[in-house]
Design a binder for this molecule. Sequence first.
Ligand code: NDP
Length: 338
Amino acid sequence: NKQVVLKHFVVGAPKETDMEFREGKTSLKILKGAEGAILVKNLYLSCDPYMRGRMREYYESYIPPFQPGKPIEGFGVAKVIDSTNSNFSVGDYIVGLTGWEEYSTIIMTEQLRKIEILDVPLSYHVGLLGMPGFTAYVGFNEICSPKKGDYVFVSAASGAVGQLVGQLAKLHGCYVVGSAGSTQKVELLKNKLGFDDAFNYKEETDLAAALKRHFPEGIDIYFDNVGGSMLDAALLNMRVHGRVAVCGMVSQHAVSDTKSISNLYTLVMKRVRMQGFIQSDYLHLFPQFLQTMVNLYKEGKIVYIEDMTEGLESGPAAFVGLFSGKNVGKQVVHVADE
Ligand code: NDP
């Protein structure tokens, strides 16, 4: 059972050398005493920026840190190959937290979901129809108070969450501009994902001026995936009664963007509402989300871009790549075929 193990707690941006491979024991049967468990073959593993948070020794968070010497874990799609749990049968596909390894025994099955929608690629259940898609859905609908005609700005716009936020905003009748870190991503936003406009933030010397250029009348909704200087620049460009949904601050994991936020006074001047959120507080909306998103996808109203790497061995590099923008779309690792 090949595994990806955390070597030590991480400082700054994660590196491939913070993780290592190990050959663990393989048992294709659930060991005696593990009642209520399932044994799964992992098929797809999701790379998500929040996992960096779990590589820290101690932090106040909604989820505990990884343990050095143990396989890291994350969202994945897997197939049940043995079960002592009456809710899951051999042959079922599940999505939920699993180990970065070929086979995992999962004892805490409460948060696992049996996959019922099988006529889309299985990997979509960790993206479009999984946690990132749900984040886009609740972040936009529940936090942004969107109205038709709103001016919407999305950062890390071609990523897992951003690409869907932009498209949901377009379906809502908003004007949407995205920022991303390469020409290729900007082209995708404009030509494939239906954004009204997009820009490469790495080519801008003055982010506030870039936003002013794209939003001469100001921003109604900023969906913030990155924090740091982009957040500060967006604050300067908010309209009266604008909303800032603070989804994540991926720029703050690396040490490259340490500028502190200096434009918070605009919250008062422009009566802006700025609100952080965590998708898991809204799980009661998950069934509604799943139905809506799968319908939009099947009707061709939502496009979804994945970046798939091959083999468990490719996992650490794929994960680390999130923090320098190597991924084009939702980063997933294909571990095995069914
Ligand atoms: P992405 O697929 O967007 O991947 C991360 C992207 O962030 C990279 O591709 C890169 O794109 C961008 N990035 C990396 N470093 C920087 C930097 N220094 N400055 C600006 N951009 C950077 O990830 P997700 O869509 O999965 O996650 C997006 C955000 O949403 C993250 O902050 C994440 O933590 C958050 N999140 C929050 C949740 C919640 O419940 N609140 C749930 C899920 C995610 P580029 O090339 O454009 O720079």
